[in-house]
Design a protein around this ligand. Structure first.
Ligand code: NAD
Ligand code: DAU
Length: 351
Protein backbone atom coordinates (compact mmCIF):
# COMPACT_ATOMS: atom_id res chain seq x y z
CA UNK A 1 0.00 0.00 0.00
CA UNK A 2 1.34 3.45 -0.82
CA UNK A 3 1.38 5.92 2.01
CA UNK A 4 -0.41 9.21 2.50
CA UNK A 5 1.71 10.96 5.11
CA UNK A 6 0.59 14.02 7.04
CA UNK A 7 3.64 16.11 7.94
CA UNK A 8 2.58 18.79 10.44
CA UNK A 9 4.55 22.04 10.68
CA UNK A 10 5.90 21.48 7.18
CA UNK A 11 6.14 25.21 6.44
CA UNK A 12 8.50 25.75 9.38
CA UNK A 13 12.26 25.45 9.58
CA UNK A 14 12.81 21.70 10.10
CA UNK A 15 9.44 20.66 8.67
CA UNK A 16 10.20 22.24 5.29
CA UNK A 17 13.41 20.21 4.99
CA UNK A 18 11.53 17.03 5.94
CA UNK A 19 8.77 17.74 3.40
CA UNK A 20 11.33 18.40 0.63
CA UNK A 21 13.24 15.21 1.40
CA UNK A 22 10.09 13.05 1.41
CA UNK A 23 8.55 14.64 -1.71
CA UNK A 24 11.77 14.18 -3.69
CA UNK A 25 12.80 10.78 -2.36
CA UNK A 26 9.40 9.06 -2.30
CA UNK A 27 7.42 10.01 -5.43
CA UNK A 28 4.97 7.16 -4.70
CA UNK A 29 4.03 8.66 -1.30
CA UNK A 30 1.37 11.32 -1.03
CA UNK A 31 2.79 14.09 1.21
CA UNK A 32 0.25 16.33 2.95
CA UNK A 33 1.85 19.34 4.59
CA UNK A 34 -0.53 20.52 7.32
CA UNK A 35 0.41 23.88 8.78
CA UNK A 36 -1.46 26.78 10.40
CA UNK A 37 1.07 29.29 9.01
CA UNK A 38 1.78 31.03 12.28
CA UNK A 39 4.54 33.66 12.25
CA UNK A 40 7.00 30.72 11.96
CA UNK A 41 5.38 29.11 8.94
CA UNK A 42 6.66 30.29 5.57
CA UNK A 43 5.58 28.63 2.32
CA UNK A 44 8.42 30.37 0.49
CA UNK A 45 10.56 27.64 2.10
CA UNK A 46 8.93 25.13 -0.26
CA UNK A 47 8.69 27.05 -3.54
CA UNK A 48 10.86 24.47 -5.31
CA UNK A 49 8.46 21.56 -4.68
CA UNK A 50 5.05 23.24 -4.35
CA UNK A 51 3.79 22.08 -7.76
CA UNK A 52 4.79 18.44 -7.42
CA UNK A 53 2.04 15.90 -7.96
CA UNK A 54 2.71 14.03 -4.74
CA UNK A 55 2.55 17.22 -2.61
CA UNK A 56 -0.47 18.98 -1.09
CA UNK A 57 -0.54 21.91 1.30
CA UNK A 58 -3.42 22.21 3.78
CA UNK A 59 -3.78 25.26 5.97
CA UNK A 60 -5.19 23.98 9.26
CA UNK A 61 -4.69 24.39 12.99
CA UNK A 62 -3.89 21.30 15.06
CA UNK A 63 -5.79 22.88 17.96
CA UNK A 64 -9.03 22.53 15.99
CA UNK A 65 -10.14 18.91 16.27
CA UNK A 66 -12.75 19.00 13.53
CA UNK A 67 -10.37 20.51 10.95
CA UNK A 68 -7.86 17.78 11.67
CA UNK A 69 -10.41 14.97 11.45
CA UNK A 70 -11.50 16.30 8.04
CA UNK A 71 -7.94 16.23 6.74
CA UNK A 72 -7.50 12.63 7.87
CA UNK A 73 -10.68 11.69 6.00
CA UNK A 74 -10.19 13.75 2.84
CA UNK A 75 -6.57 12.69 2.33
CA UNK A 76 -6.90 9.15 3.63
CA UNK A 77 -3.95 9.73 5.95
CA UNK A 78 -2.00 6.54 6.69
CA UNK A 79 0.83 7.99 8.82
CA UNK A 80 1.76 11.15 10.69
CA UNK A 81 5.10 12.87 11.18
CA UNK A 82 4.33 15.56 13.74
CA UNK A 83 6.57 18.64 13.88
CA UNK A 84 4.06 21.49 14.32
CA UNK A 85 4.84 23.35 17.52
CA UNK A 86 5.58 26.64 19.12
CA UNK A 87 9.35 26.28 19.19
CA UNK A 88 11.03 29.37 20.65
CA UNK A 89 12.03 29.24 24.33
CA UNK A 90 11.99 33.04 24.78
CA UNK A 91 8.42 33.25 23.48
CA UNK A 92 7.42 30.47 25.90
CA UNK A 93 8.73 32.56 28.78
CA UNK A 94 6.66 35.53 27.60
CA UNK A 95 3.48 33.55 26.78
CA UNK A 96 3.36 29.95 28.09
CA UNK A 97 -0.31 29.39 27.22
CA UNK A 98 0.29 29.44 23.45
CA UNK A 99 2.76 26.58 24.01
CA UNK A 100 0.32 24.56 26.07
CA UNK A 101 -2.34 25.02 23.40
CA UNK A 102 -0.31 24.01 20.34
CA UNK A 103 2.25 21.65 21.82
CA UNK A 104 0.01 19.81 24.30
CA UNK A 105 -3.63 20.26 23.21
CA UNK A 106 -2.69 20.25 19.51
CA UNK A 107 -0.72 17.02 19.87
CA UNK A 108 -3.58 15.33 21.76
CA UNK A 109 -6.03 16.46 19.05
CA UNK A 110 -3.82 14.84 16.43
CA UNK A 111 -3.57 11.64 18.46
CA UNK A 112 -7.37 11.56 18.82
CA UNK A 113 -7.89 12.10 15.11
CA UNK A 114 -5.40 9.34 14.28
CA UNK A 115 -7.04 7.04 16.83
CA UNK A 116 -10.42 7.57 15.23
CA UNK A 117 -9.21 7.24 11.64
CA UNK A 118 -7.10 4.14 12.27
CA UNK A 119 -9.38 2.30 14.75
CA UNK A 120 -9.06 -1.47 14.46
CA UNK A 121 -5.97 -1.32 12.25
CA UNK A 122 -3.33 0.43 14.37
CA UNK A 123 -0.68 -2.05 13.23
CA UNK A 124 -0.83 -0.58 9.71
CA UNK A 125 -0.17 3.02 10.72
CA UNK A 126 2.60 4.99 12.39
CA UNK A 127 2.44 8.17 14.48
CA UNK A 128 5.90 9.74 14.64
CA UNK A 129 6.35 12.55 17.16
CA UNK A 130 9.34 14.88 16.70
CA UNK A 131 10.60 16.18 20.02
CA UNK A 132 13.56 17.92 21.57
CA UNK A 133 16.52 17.19 23.85
CA UNK A 134 15.29 20.00 26.13
CA UNK A 135 12.82 17.58 27.80
CA UNK A 136 15.81 16.07 29.66
CA UNK A 137 16.64 19.37 31.40
CA UNK A 138 20.05 20.92 31.86
CA UNK A 139 23.41 19.16 32.28
CA UNK A 140 25.72 20.64 34.91
CA UNK A 141 28.28 17.93 35.69
CA UNK A 142 29.33 16.47 32.36
CA UNK A 143 27.68 13.43 30.78
CA UNK A 144 25.15 13.10 27.98
CA UNK A 145 21.41 12.70 27.56
CA UNK A 146 20.54 9.11 26.68
CA UNK A 147 17.08 7.79 25.81
CA UNK A 148 16.51 6.67 29.42
CA UNK A 149 17.54 9.96 31.06
CA UNK A 150 14.63 11.02 33.31
CA UNK A 151 12.59 13.95 32.04
CA UNK A 152 13.34 17.23 33.84
CA UNK A 153 12.07 20.10 31.65
CA UNK A 154 13.01 23.57 32.86
CA UNK A 155 11.19 26.05 30.58
CA UNK A 156 7.53 26.38 29.61
CA UNK A 157 8.58 25.28 26.09
CA UNK A 158 10.36 22.13 27.24
CA UNK A 159 7.59 21.34 29.76
CA UNK A 160 5.04 21.50 26.94
CA UNK A 161 7.16 19.26 24.69
CA UNK A 162 7.73 16.79 27.58
CA UNK A 163 3.98 16.70 28.17
CA UNK A 164 3.32 15.95 24.50
CA UNK A 165 5.90 13.12 24.59
CA UNK A 166 4.07 11.62 27.58
CA UNK A 167 0.74 11.76 25.78
CA UNK A 168 2.20 9.99 22.74
CA UNK A 169 3.57 7.19 24.94
CA UNK A 170 0.29 7.02 26.88
CA UNK A 171 -1.70 6.56 23.63
CA UNK A 172 0.65 3.78 22.56
CA UNK A 173 0.30 2.04 25.91
CA UNK A 174 -3.43 2.56 26.36
CA UNK A 175 -4.80 2.15 22.84
CA UNK A 176 -2.05 0.19 21.13
CA UNK A 177 -1.19 2.93 18.65
CA UNK A 178 2.14 2.41 16.84
CA UNK A 179 4.24 5.39 17.84
CA UNK A 180 7.86 6.43 17.68
CA UNK A 181 9.56 9.52 19.18
CA UNK A 182 12.86 11.24 18.48
CA UNK A 183 14.54 13.90 20.61
CA UNK A 184 16.98 16.09 18.74
CA UNK A 185 19.52 18.74 19.71
CA UNK A 186 19.76 22.29 18.26
CA UNK A 187 19.37 22.50 14.49
CA UNK A 188 20.90 25.14 12.21
CA UNK A 189 20.89 25.75 8.45
CA UNK A 190 18.84 27.40 5.67
CA UNK A 191 15.34 28.74 6.40
CA UNK A 192 15.96 29.11 10.15
CA UNK A 193 13.74 31.89 11.51
CA UNK A 194 15.93 34.84 12.57
CA UNK A 195 14.74 34.88 16.17
CA UNK A 196 17.08 31.97 16.98
CA UNK A 197 20.74 32.51 17.83
CA UNK A 198 22.52 31.59 14.57
CA UNK A 199 20.23 33.25 11.97
CA UNK A 200 19.73 36.27 14.25
CA UNK A 201 23.49 36.79 14.44
CA UNK A 202 23.94 36.29 10.68
CA UNK A 203 21.28 38.92 10.03
CA UNK A 204 22.68 41.35 12.60
CA UNK A 205 26.28 40.98 11.41
CA UNK A 206 25.11 41.61 7.84
CA UNK A 207 23.34 44.80 8.96
CA UNK A 208 25.90 45.95 11.56
CA UNK A 209 23.51 45.53 14.46
CA UNK A 210 24.44 44.45 18.02
CA UNK A 211 24.81 40.70 18.64
CA UNK A 212 22.93 40.01 21.90
CA UNK A 213 24.65 37.32 23.98
CA UNK A 214 22.63 36.18 26.99
CA UNK A 215 24.60 36.20 30.26
CA UNK A 216 28.28 35.43 29.65
CA UNK A 217 27.74 33.31 26.56
CA UNK A 218 28.96 30.23 28.47
CA UNK A 219 25.87 28.09 27.78
CA UNK A 220 26.54 25.03 25.66
CA UNK A 221 24.40 23.51 22.91
CA UNK A 222 24.96 20.52 20.61
CA UNK A 223 24.37 21.62 16.98
CA UNK A 224 23.19 19.54 14.01
CA UNK A 225 22.75 20.63 10.38
CA UNK A 226 19.01 20.62 9.64
CA UNK A 227 19.28 18.38 6.57
CA UNK A 228 20.97 15.76 8.76
CA UNK A 229 18.01 15.93 11.13
CA UNK A 230 15.64 15.45 8.18
CA UNK A 231 17.70 12.42 7.11
CA UNK A 232 17.46 11.03 10.64
CA UNK A 233 13.66 11.52 10.63
CA UNK A 234 13.50 9.57 7.36
CA UNK A 235 15.48 6.71 8.91
CA UNK A 236 13.47 6.65 12.15
CA UNK A 237 10.15 6.84 10.31
CA UNK A 238 11.00 3.88 8.08
CA UNK A 239 13.24 1.73 10.27
CA UNK A 240 12.76 2.80 13.89
CA UNK A 241 11.18 0.17 16.15
CA UNK A 242 7.62 0.80 17.27
CA UNK A 243 7.38 2.27 20.76
CA UNK A 244 11.04 3.29 20.79
CA UNK A 245 12.71 6.64 21.36
CA UNK A 246 15.79 7.78 19.42
CA UNK A 247 18.08 10.63 20.44
CA UNK A 248 19.49 12.61 17.51
CA UNK A 249 22.52 14.89 17.79
CA UNK A 250 25.79 15.92 16.24
CA UNK A 251 28.32 15.14 19.02
CA UNK A 252 29.11 18.80 18.41
CA UNK A 253 29.09 20.98 21.54
CA UNK A 254 29.73 24.70 21.37
CA UNK A 255 29.56 27.57 23.83
CA UNK A 256 27.32 30.34 22.48
CA UNK A 257 30.10 32.92 22.56
CA UNK A 258 32.38 30.66 20.49
CA UNK A 259 29.68 30.17 17.84
CA UNK A 260 29.12 33.91 17.58
CA UNK A 261 32.87 34.52 17.24
CA UNK A 262 33.05 31.86 14.51
CA UNK A 263 30.14 33.51 12.67
CA UNK A 264 31.88 36.91 12.92
CA UNK A 265 35.08 35.45 11.47
CA UNK A 266 33.32 33.69 8.59
CA UNK A 267 31.17 36.74 7.79
CA UNK A 268 34.13 39.16 7.91
CA UNK A 269 35.86 37.00 5.29
CA UNK A 270 32.78 36.66 3.08
CA UNK A 271 31.81 40.33 3.34
CA UNK A 272 35.38 41.54 2.77
CA UNK A 273 35.54 43.23 6.16
CA UNK A 274 38.80 43.50 8.16
CA UNK A 275 39.20 40.49 10.49
CA UNK A 276 37.79 41.30 13.94
CA UNK A 277 35.41 43.98 12.64
CA UNK A 278 32.14 42.12 13.31
CA UNK A 279 33.22 40.96 16.79
CA UNK A 280 32.89 44.59 17.88
CA UNK A 281 29.12 44.07 17.58
CA UNK A 282 29.08 41.49 20.41
CA UNK A 283 26.95 42.82 23.28
CA UNK A 284 26.36 40.96 26.54
CA UNK A 285 22.74 41.32 27.66
CA UNK A 286 20.53 40.14 30.54
CA UNK A 287 20.41 36.35 30.77
CA UNK A 288 17.38 34.29 29.70
CA UNK A 289 15.23 33.42 32.75
CA UNK A 290 16.00 29.86 33.93
CA UNK A 291 18.58 29.50 31.13
CA UNK A 292 19.61 25.83 30.72
CA UNK A 293 23.40 25.56 31.02
CA UNK A 294 24.25 22.67 28.73
CA UNK A 295 22.59 20.14 26.42
CA UNK A 296 24.54 17.19 25.03
CA UNK A 297 23.05 14.24 23.18
CA UNK A 298 24.40 10.72 23.05
CA UNK A 299 23.24 9.66 19.57
CA UNK A 300 24.81 6.16 19.72
CA UNK A 301 21.48 4.33 19.54
CA UNK A 302 20.36 5.76 16.19
CA UNK A 303 23.90 5.43 14.84
CA UNK A 304 24.38 1.80 15.93
CA UNK A 305 20.86 0.48 15.40
CA UNK A 306 19.72 2.44 12.34
CA UNK A 307 23.05 3.33 10.70
CA UNK A 308 22.44 7.10 10.65
CA UNK A 309 25.23 9.61 11.13
CA UNK A 310 25.69 13.34 10.53
CA UNK A 311 27.09 14.13 7.09
CA UNK A 312 28.67 17.52 7.85
CA UNK A 313 31.28 18.94 10.21
CA UNK A 314 30.07 22.10 11.98
CA UNK A 315 32.53 24.51 10.30
CA UNK A 316 31.43 23.20 6.89
CA UNK A 317 27.75 23.50 7.85
CA UNK A 318 28.25 27.07 9.07
CA UNK A 319 29.94 28.03 5.77
CA UNK A 320 26.99 26.56 3.84
CA UNK A 321 24.50 28.30 6.13
CA UNK A 322 26.13 31.72 5.85
CA UNK A 323 26.38 31.27 2.05
CA UNK A 324 22.67 30.43 1.93
CA UNK A 325 21.65 33.54 3.91
CA UNK A 326 23.91 35.80 1.82
CA UNK A 327 22.47 34.35 -1.39
CA UNK A 328 18.88 34.62 -0.11
CA UNK A 329 18.70 38.14 1.22
CA UNK A 330 15.20 38.46 -0.19
CA UNK A 331 14.00 35.55 1.97
CA UNK A 332 15.50 37.25 5.01
CA UNK A 333 14.07 40.64 4.07
CA UNK A 334 10.62 39.12 3.57
CA UNK A 335 10.80 37.41 6.94
CA UNK A 336 12.04 40.44 8.84
CA UNK A 337 9.53 42.77 7.13
CA UNK A 338 6.63 40.33 7.52
CA UNK A 339 6.03 40.17 3.73
CA UNK A 340 6.37 36.39 3.72
CA UNK A 341 2.92 36.22 5.28
CA UNK A 342 1.42 37.53 2.00
CA UNK A 343 2.80 34.54 0.11
CA UNK A 344 -0.04 32.20 1.10
CA UNK A 345 -2.78 34.50 -0.16
CA UNK A 346 -0.87 35.26 -3.37
CA UNK A 347 -0.12 31.62 -4.04
CA UNK A 348 -3.31 29.94 -2.86
CA UNK A 349 -6.16 32.39 -2.34
CA UNK A 350 -5.89 34.70 -5.36
CA UNK A 351 -5.78 31.84 -7.86
P1 NAD B 1 9.34 26.33 13.64
O1 NAD B 1 8.87 27.24 14.74
O2 NAD B 1 10.30 26.81 12.64
O3 NAD B 1 8.08 25.77 12.83
C1 NAD B 1 6.90 25.35 13.45
C2 NAD B 1 5.84 25.17 12.38
O4 NAD B 1 4.64 24.71 13.02
C3 NAD B 1 5.49 26.46 11.64
O5 NAD B 1 5.41 26.22 10.25
C4 NAD B 1 4.14 26.85 12.21
O6 NAD B 1 3.31 27.56 11.29
C5 NAD B 1 3.54 25.47 12.54
N1 NAD B 1 2.53 25.55 13.59
C6 NAD B 1 2.63 26.18 14.78
N2 NAD B 1 1.48 26.08 15.46
C7 NAD B 1 0.64 25.34 14.70
C8 NAD B 1 -0.70 24.87 14.86
N3 NAD B 1 -1.40 25.17 15.95
N4 NAD B 1 -1.25 24.12 13.88
C9 NAD B 1 -0.53 23.82 12.76
N5 NAD B 1 0.73 24.26 12.54
C10 NAD B 1 1.31 25.01 13.50
O7 NAD B 1 9.88 25.04 14.41
P2 NAD B 1 11.14 24.13 14.08
O8 NAD B 1 12.34 24.74 14.67
O9 NAD B 1 11.12 23.76 12.66
O10 NAD B 1 10.78 22.84 14.96
C11 NAD B 1 9.95 21.82 14.44
C12 NAD B 1 9.76 20.74 15.50
O11 NAD B 1 11.02 20.19 15.86
C13 NAD B 1 9.13 21.24 16.79
O12 NAD B 1 8.26 20.26 17.26
C14 NAD B 1 10.32 21.42 17.73
O13 NAD B 1 9.92 21.24 19.07
C15 NAD B 1 11.23 20.30 17.27
N6 NAD B 1 12.68 20.53 17.45
C16 NAD B 1 13.26 21.70 17.02
C17 NAD B 1 14.63 21.86 17.15
C18 NAD B 1 15.34 23.10 16.67
O14 NAD B 1 16.54 23.24 16.90
N7 NAD B 1 14.68 24.01 15.96
C19 NAD B 1 15.39 20.84 17.75
C20 NAD B 1 14.76 19.69 18.20
C21 NAD B 1 13.40 19.53 18.04
O1 DAU C 1 17.83 21.86 21.89
C1 DAU C 1 16.81 21.89 20.94
C2 DAU C 1 16.10 23.23 20.98
O2 DAU C 1 16.99 24.17 20.38
C3 DAU C 1 14.77 23.21 20.24
O3 DAU C 1 13.90 22.33 20.90
C4 DAU C 1 14.16 24.62 20.20
O4 DAU C 1 12.97 24.60 19.43
C5 DAU C 1 15.17 25.54 19.53
O5 DAU C 1 14.67 26.85 19.50
C6 DAU C 1 16.50 25.50 20.28
O6 DAU C 1 16.38 26.09 21.59
P1 DAU C 1 17.50 27.07 22.20
O7 DAU C 1 16.88 27.89 23.25
O8 DAU C 1 18.72 26.30 22.55
O9 DAU C 1 17.83 27.95 20.86
P2 DAU C 1 18.11 29.52 20.66
O10 DAU C 1 18.63 29.68 19.28
O11 DAU C 1 16.94 30.33 21.09
O12 DAU C 1 19.28 29.79 21.68
C7 DAU C 1 20.53 29.11 21.57
C8 DAU C 1 21.41 29.59 22.71
O13 DAU C 1 21.76 30.97 22.46
C9 DAU C 1 20.73 29.59 24.07
O14 DAU C 1 21.68 29.25 25.06
C10 DAU C 1 20.26 31.03 24.25
C11 DAU C 1 21.32 31.82 23.51
N1 DAU C 1 20.86 33.07 22.87
C12 DAU C 1 19.76 33.04 22.08
C13 DAU C 1 19.31 34.16 21.44
C14 DAU C 1 18.05 34.13 20.59
C15 DAU C 1 21.58 34.24 23.04
O15 DAU C 1 22.61 34.27 23.74
N2 DAU C 1 21.14 35.37 22.40
C16 DAU C 1 20.02 35.40 21.61
O16 DAU C 1 19.65 36.47 21.09
Amino acid sequence: MSKSIMITGGAGFIGSHVVRLFVNKYPHYNIVNLDALTYAGNLENLKDIENRENYTFVKADICKAEEIENVFREHNITDVIHLAAESHVDRSIADPMAFIMTNVVGTVNLLNAARKAWAGEYDQHRFYHVSTDEVYGSLHDGGFFVETTPYDPQSPYSASKASSDHFVRAYANTYGMQTVISNCSNNYGPNHFPEKLIPLCIYNIRHNKPLPIYGKGENVRDWLYVVDHARAIDVVFHNGATGETYNIGGFNEWKNIDIVRLLCKVMDRKLGRPEGESEKLITFVKDRAGHDLRYAIDASKIMNELGWQPSLQFEEGIEKTVDWYLANEEWLQNVTSGNYQDYYSEQYEKR
